[in-house]
Design a binder for this molecule. Structure first.
Ligand code: SAM
Length: 238
């Protein structure tokens, strides 16, 4: 597909996976704006949040709902539209679609059907924090959310105690204390970690150091908002 991955305007029959801001509207790229404005349809996780993103950009579009509960059927119907030559943009509520967000099934179906899929890259909370953590970036394991059950979370940490690369975890404000407690108990107070809260937003907080110190500092600040945690390999010293 000539020009499919460089053009500012969408090509017929192509799916664009478009990253959107994780908190700071200025992080939306020019190309993302243009693809969103000019695609025939936008598949989105939540029509209200994408509707308000588009309203801030000053335009409206046909929105197709694509979320974790209708992924299979919605993917089939979006693929049909792509096969008739329509162009489509896929967005999630924030960050990069498919990264702890819906997207994988639609992309896989497009690949199976020979439909071109092109990235419009941009923010992702995991890479954003890793890049500023001071913890090893040469290789890493992105896990997303650990299971909510304590035993399963601890089992994961125990099994990966000696993993030789950095590990990136997502967590909500409701469970961040529990996750950090499990890291302390399972990996020890000296394990180097980095916690990023509300990245790219007004109350952005980034703390790196031994787990015990990071937890202590975090305990004296607000635990509202969204969190990413990077865990360094055992023995790593900042
Ligand atoms: N697709 C997104 C991405 O590319 O980063 C991730 C979506 S996932 C449903 C949402 C989680 O990402 C949050 O619970 C939090 O762990 C993390 N996250 C998203 N935005 C964040 C931010 N601004 N600061 C810190 N963590 C964030």
């Amino acid at each position: 597909m000539a020009g499919g991955n460089t053009s500012l305007t969408p090509q017929s029959g192509c799916l664009y996976v478009v990253a959107t801001p994780i908190g700071n509207m200025s992080d939306l790229s020019e190309r993302a704006k243009s693809i969103l404005q000019n695609a025939d349809l936008i598949a989105c996780e939540d029509t209200r949040s994408t509707g308000s993103l588009l309203a801030r950009l000053g335009f409206r579009k046909t929105l197709v709902s694509y979320h974790e509960h209708n992924e299979k059927e919605a993917a089939a119907s979006i693929v049909e539209k792509l096969q008739t030559g329509e162009s489509a943009a896929l967005v999630s509520d924030a960050g990069t679609p498919g990264i702890s967000d819906p997207g994988f099934r639609l992309v896989r179906e497009c690949r199976r059907q020979g439909i071109p899929v092109s990235p419009i890259p941009g923010p992702s909370a995991a890479i954003s924090l890793l890049s500023v953590s001071g913890l090893p970036t040469n290789a890493f394991l992105f896990v997303g959310f650990l299971p909510p059950k304590k035993a399963a979370r601890q089992r994961f940490l125990e099994e990966n105690r000696n993993f030789k690369y950095s590990i990136i975890l997502y967590e909500s404000c409701h469970r961040i204390e529990k996750l950090l407690g499990d890291i302390l108990n399972t990996l020890g107070s000296n394990r180097q970690i980095c916690v990023g809260r509300e990245l790219t937003k007004k109350f952005e907080t980034i703390l790196t150091g031994p787990a015990s110190q990071v937890v202590e500092k975090l305990n004296s600040s607000s635990k509202k908002g969204e969190f990413v945690v990077v865990v360094a390999p055992e023995g790593y010293e900042l």
